[in-house]
Design a protein around this ligand. Sequence first.
Ligand code: PMP
Length: 311
Amino acid sequence: GRWVYHRVQDAGGFVRFDDVRLPPTTQGLHYGTGAFEGIRAHGGADGGRMHLFRVRDHYLRFLRSCRLLRIEVGLSADELTDLTVDLLRRNGDTGDVYVRPLAYKLGLLPGTPPGVGLGGISEAVTIVASRLGAYTPPGGVRCLISSWRRPSRAAVPVQAKITGGYVNSALAVEDARAAGYDDAILLNDAGQVAEASTANVFAVRGGTLLTPPADADILPGITRDTVLALAADLGMAVAEQPLHPADLLLADEVFLTGTGVGVTPVIEINGRPIGAGRPGPVTSRLVARYRQVVRAEREDTRRWLTPVKPG
Ligand code: PMP
């Protein structure tokens, strides 16, 4: 079996996947009191060395999410990064890997009813790494604008990756899939475009990239930030501004950004083709550039990469 990192309170180490036990009283399971990240490592071109992408930025966000929940991880972003590199080496990974760190509240004592108090309980951290390549079709995805709204940041800290907050994404995705779509796009309470279920949204209009601003109740994604930087490098105009559903329906191009989906074209929304109904030129340029960056084919963005030497 594969190795995972597992830590309960102050004691942590590498254990086999099947040896991790989750008590049925685990509070995070009952109340969604956990925080997580999604991080990717990519194999280099031509079987070159694998690299983690912006791993430190992901762990800094992880620690901020944990802090909101008063979860003491007891490890720094650098320590978490080193543990992740160790984990990938132990598992002998060389190709594309998805890394999922998770911190959650456990419970008072084994067997204690989970409803006993929300504070003052023990905590656990796991890091699981799974082999996972691209999972969105290169030809693009079809989205449904969901009738479920993204909760406001006044109700849930949407800038953090808190497990309980994802019930909202799950409801939206389930409905979109049941209606034959690939993913959902959620509006915020003001009816503005917020984001997809696990990705940020961009539109292209007259060659300019448009994306909702950080205060539109979005998770300000690391891929979003990466794409904004790459667009500037490529000389593309960019505006972070509120978008309404019609702005997406009338855009020349729409695409999603996220650690899981990378840069993925959206070819249809609510049954209407976007632009020509196939990936557009601006999206395709960004898809290609992002792929080069994460596969360590460019020198100018090496600062975002952490090499994983074979174990
Ligand atoms: N929004 C939500 C709700 C997400 O879960 C994700 C995935 N982490 C994103 C946006 C994209 O964020 P990132 O680019 O940091 O993966």
